[in-house]
Write a protein that binds this ligand. Structure first.
Ligand code: M6R
Length: 607
């Protein structure tokens, strides 16, 4: 997964490309580069490292010109290095690429055998060679040359190509990697997503699978890979550019943690009907009475949200639910088909594993609902229906506001189903809906007490490992707490179902191991307290997340963090907040790169 930007117009391209890449660094930050045309040829400036390294290099090696392409890389084929950084240039052809050319080995051998010399280890360079050959072989224009090259590659890609011999045109192609075109006046833009060009234009064309785009200053022509024209109306994006900025916080992650009450309120807007004790989902035309089984497919944090969704839907709608890791689902010939509703959960809407699972399910006749945060992203577009969370752009690699808005969406969906299956009575639905509307205030209350987590982070931040325990719907929250801590602080952490602890992980417990136990009031409370006592008896350090008003817990736990009371189905939306803050402050204490942790990228668009 990588970020791509292209510009053609009358202004200097480099600042626009670099500005766009800054917004796309969440997609990868192993290397960055630009290719900008002026005075007869394009100049490629690229280097290993984050965008800042490229910016330094551009001071010494400026790249003037009014047409160009830019790239920020997350390495797939070839280690992060200057040579493997994009753009790749062969002859007069510069190429940037997000994705993977799956038949790259065969193509490389074929090209090498007939004389091509390679200067990088990347699959992308192969594509530049193919276009160069097509141009030299007499293709009448760049679009035709790209089309001829596309016929030879298969895999996932969003390419943008520039030709020194035709410096008025960019040609792009998309298959399974995201791409948008931004429309300006006398200028046009290409990018991996809207945030990259939002400061330049709000008029956006979303490019579909199997489409090519030829972009000049004054025109954008979309065709399929056979050259058949495709028409499209631009969409006007209403996000404010400020929504994608840090807004005074030290990190995007902290800003996004604080944005959660607003994000949850936005996700609820227009969906709660208190007069009918119901949920309004106008775009989702599912006949709940015909759904025999629901299968969630998701990865990472979205998988954890799905586990909570299982709990909510089974409790409120009494429909059987299974939750699958998307990366495993398609590789075991899953038993899925008509009568099944597959719910694909993905913040980005671009996760390759989840997309592959959706294709598998659709191919076998299941209906698919996507729960996503990114309008018009690939997974919702592939699905039969989309339910959008309204978290706004999430930039920090560690998912926070996307998670809580996913949980709220799960709750809405569970109530919606429960009302239609007849398993959820109106008074209980009314109570839950009223409680959902209270959540933003309660969430703000928890976040406003964040200083306590900062103190705990300093007290326990030097530990070599953490254990997170929870029961019922708190078990996925234990998994999520462990994932958050691992990914941004690099401390090993495990999430465990509290009742399973005695079957193994109890061996880990000693006075050096902090154990975070989720014990809100509810049906599992007494059992969870017993698990907590088992930790205490072995001298483990207990950090309990409990319900405000619980005066007993302090006698067992070393530290107690209290959250407001709410119905058991909604508790995960509150109990996860202290865990997000704990991870954030531990990582900040350790001084790690919180928004861009090592080896990770925000959107995982390779399988
Ligand atoms: O965009 P998605 O929700 O499909 O992403 C899935 C995971 O890659 C993502 O949740 C990842 O685990 C996050 N870094 C967790 O914070």
């Amino acid at each position: 997964m990588c970020g791509i930007v292209g510009y053609v117009g009358a202004r200097q391209a480099t600042p626009i490309l670099v500005g766009g890449l800054r917004k796309l660094e969440y997609r990868g930050y192993d290397s960055a580069g630009v290719s900008v045309w002026s005075e007869g040829q394009s100049r490629v400036v690229r280097c290993r490292g984050k965008l800042a390294a490229l910016e330094d290099k551009l001071v010494k090696e400026p790249a003037p010109g009014t047409i160009g392409i830019g790239h920020t890389r997350w390495a797939t084929h070839g280690r992060p290095s200057d040579e493997n950084a994009h753009p790749h240039k062969v002859g007069a052809i510069s190429v940037i690429h997000n994705g993977i050319i799956e038949n790259h080995l065969a193509l490389r051998q074929e090209l090498a055998a007939s004389g091509s010399k390679f200067t990088s280890e990347t699959d992308t360079e192969i594509f530049a060679h193919l276009i160069d050959r097509a141009v030299r072989g007499g293709a009448p224009d760049l679009t035709t040359a790209v089309r001829q090259a596309l016929a030879k590659v298969h895999g996932a890609y969003a390419f943008v190509v520039m030709n020194d011999k035709d410096p008025s045109t960019l040609v792009a192609a998309k298959n399974a990697s995201p791409m948008v075109v931004g429309l300006g006046d006398g200028e046009n833009f290409i990018a991996s997503d809207v945030t990259a060009i939002l400061s330049e234009t709000r008029r956006i064309l979303f490019i579909d699978e199997g489409e090519m785009v030829t972009v000049t200053r004054d025109a954008v022509v979309i065709t399929d890979f056979d050259g058949k024209p495709r028409t499209r109306e631009p969409k006007v994006i209403t996000w404010s550019a400020m929504q994608a900025e840090k807004g005074g916080y030290k990190h995007f992650m902290l800003k996004e943690i604080h944005e959660q009450p607003r994000a949850v309120a936005d996700t609820l807007v227009g969906r709660v009907d208190l007069e009918r004790d119901d949920v309004v989902l106008d775009d989702v035309k599912i006949d709940a009475t015909k759904v025999k089984r629901i299968i969630f497919v998701a990865c990472g944090t979205s998988y954890h949200a799905s586990l909570v969704g299982e709990f909510m839907i089974e409790a409120l709608a009494r429909i059987p639910v299974e939750v699958e890791l998307a990366s495993e689902f398609r590789y075991r010939d899953p038993i899925v088909g008509p009568g099944d509703l597959v719910v694909a959960v993905s913040q980005s809407g671009e996760t390759a594993d989840t997309m592959a699972a959706v294709r598998e399910a659709k191919g076998k006749g299941a209906q698919v609902l996507a729960i996503s945060n990114v309008l018009e992203s690939s997974i919702p577009r592939l699905a039969d229906w989309a339910f959008y969370t309204h978290a706004g752009p999430e930039i920090g690699v560690a998912s926070t506001k996307a998670f809580t808005t996913q949980l709220v969406s799960m709750a809405l969906f569970a109530i919606y189903l429960g009302r239609r299956t007849g398993k959820l009575a109106a008074p209980r639905a009314r109570e839950l809906l009223a409680e959902l509307l209270q959540l933003p205030t309660k969430m703000k209350d928890v976040i406003d007490h964040g200083a306590q987590l900062q103190v705990l982070a300093r007290r326990y931040g030097n530990a070599h490992g953490f254990l997170f325990l929870g029961r019922g719907a708190q078990y996925p929250i234990a998994l999520e707490g462990a994932l958050k801590l691992k990914e941004i602080s690099y401390i090993h952490a495990e999430g465990y179902a509290a009742g399973e602890m005695k079957h193994g992980p109890i061996a880990l417990i000693d006075e050096h191991l902090p154990v975070v136990v989720l014990v809100p009031r509810g049906p599992n409370y007494e059992k969870a307290i017993s698990n907590l006592s088992e930790v205490k008896a072995r001298s483990g350090k207990i950090l309990a997340i409990a319900t405000r008003g619980d005066t007993d817990i302090g006698s067992t736990a070393d530290e107690v963090v209290l959250v407001p009371d709410c119905p058991v189905e909604l508790q995960p939306i509150l109990t996860v907040l202290p865990l997000q803050l704990l991870s954030y402050y531990v990582a900040d204490f350790k001084g790690t790169d919180i928004d861009q942790p090592r080896n990770l990228a925000k959107s995982v668009t390779v399988e």
